[in-house]
Design a protein around this ligand. Structure first.
Ligand code: SAM
Length: 390
């Protein structure tokens, strides 16, 4: 494909991404994959270039663009080489018309930029939310021996963490196939360390999803003790079993929860868990490096819904913890509404609890917890707080 045809292809993809963002449809990654599957003629180089162009345009536009072309014009406004490819040749985008509307630039929609500012993020830190994520892995201590890792890696601040260049094909390594390593962001690994799960304990991962953090907890517990992986989403939870098998994690029991009736399924653990992790559903502002179009999908109403469910799940988690036990609250968000403020409100609602601010090698204190950010810590954005029941 010619460079100009690649730009036109990226514009078509952007139209799909924008449509899906408006209609709460599939994520960009899946749309791009489907687009290529239907166009086998595009070679590896074309695919990489088109994907790169589409993501650069997504990152360049703060508000959701009207069209894919308007998004690409925003990118072209800062890159004359791309602008020059709008030449109307065969398969190329039509020439740019004088005064043709282009999407607006910026980090995120205006309301969200305001929320980020109010949450103490300066411009540089906000922009870093849209940077490139490295490839982090956790060495799985449940697998004996030292795994043979691909070249180019370096140790991270996490106890068992390594970082590789983003293009590393980690899933093709023997270490990955044997379950000796798991792909997991350093920030995510550190939030698991805050749980400080120990062998023999009863630990509940209340929002386990597909078990990214559950597997780290199982490793910390050395497969000894009870580890419940709960979630309200059957499909996500069903992905955990094969992952646990690959990782050699044998002490995990999955529990499908009914939203609003979580405690009914967990009644026998009431006041009994040593630790409960609430890795709550959130806006995901800390993971825009991986899915930058997520900022076009979020609405104030949705954010309010996340805040409400986080608060409810924290209350559910609290009633499962034994006296002296710990409750760990995590969101992959940098918004105080889903972090420091949420944690503070928990403490106000629950006088029988005290904050035990985690000591981490990365991050900065924010209210009664710690916040990690891409710019300051080189991780995804997270908030983590730990509370101890008196
Ligand atoms: C941030 S994700 C969890 C990610 C997971 N812990 C990991 O490390 O991969 C939040 C999860 O909360 C789940 N969830 C939403 N409502 C819930 C509820 N009422 N009870 C339990 N889980 C819920 C979602 O299905 C989603 O999987």
């Amino acid at each position: 494909m010619t460079p100009a045809a690649r730009v036109q292809a990226a514009i078509e993809i952007l139209d799909l991404v924008i449509g899906a963002a408006r209609a709460n449809g599939a994520p960009a990654d899946r749309l791009i994959g489907d687009w290529f599957r239907a166009r086998r003629y595009a070679g590896g180089g074309d695919r990489r270039a088109i994907r790169e162009l589409a993501y650069r345009a997504i990152r360049a536009c703060g508000e959701i663009p009207e069209t894919g072309r308007a998004a690409m014009l925003q990118l072209a406004a800062g890159d004359p080489a791309i602008a020059a490819l709008f030449d109307g040749a065969r398969h190329a985008p039509e020439p740019i018309l004088p005064g043709e509307p282009m999407a607006s630039g910026g980090v995120a929609p205006a309301w969200l930029v305001q929320r980020l500012e109010a949450s103490g993020l300066d411009q540089a830190e906000a922009e870093a939310l849209l940077g490139r994520a490295p490839l982090d892995v956790r060495v799985n201590t449940l697998r004996p021996g030292v795994p043979s890792l691909p070249p180019g890696g370096e140790r991270t601040a996490a106890a068992n963490g390594w970082r590789f260049p983003p293009e590393t094909r980690i899933e093709q390594t023997t270490a990955y196939a044997q379950g000796a390593i798991e792909v997991q962001d350093t920030g995510s690994q550190l939030t698991c360390e805050v749980v400080a799960a120990r062998p023999g304990e009863t630990v509940i991962d209340l929002c386990a999803g597909a078990g990214g953090k559950t597997l780290a907890l199982a490793a910390a517990m050395e497969n000894a003790g009870t580890l419940l992986a709960c979630d309200a989403d059957r499909t996500r939870l069903s992905r955990l079993s094969p992952r646990a098998e690959r990782a050699g994690a044998t002490n995990i029991t999955t529990v499908l929860l009914d939203p609003g009736k979580e405690l009914e399924a967990l009644e026998r653990f009431r006041d009994g868990a040593d630790a409960v992790l609430v890795d709550a559903p959130c806006s995901g502002t800390g993971t825009w490096r991986r899915n930058p179009e997520a900022r076009w999908r979020l609405t104030e109403k949705q954010l309010a819904r996340y805040v409400a469910i986080q608060s409810r799940l924290l209350d559910v988690g609290a009633s499962l913890v034994r006296k002296g036990g710990r409750l760990v609250f995590v969101t992959c968000s940098l918004l105080d509404a889903e972090g420091a403020e949420q944690a503070q409100r928990f403490l106000e609602r629950h006088p029988g609890w005290t904050p035990a601010i985690p000591e981490l090698p990365l991050g900065r204190a924010r209210g009664p917890g710690i916040r990690l950010s891409p710019q300051h810590d080189g991780t995804d954005g997270f908030f983590v707080a730990r509370f101890v029941r008196l």
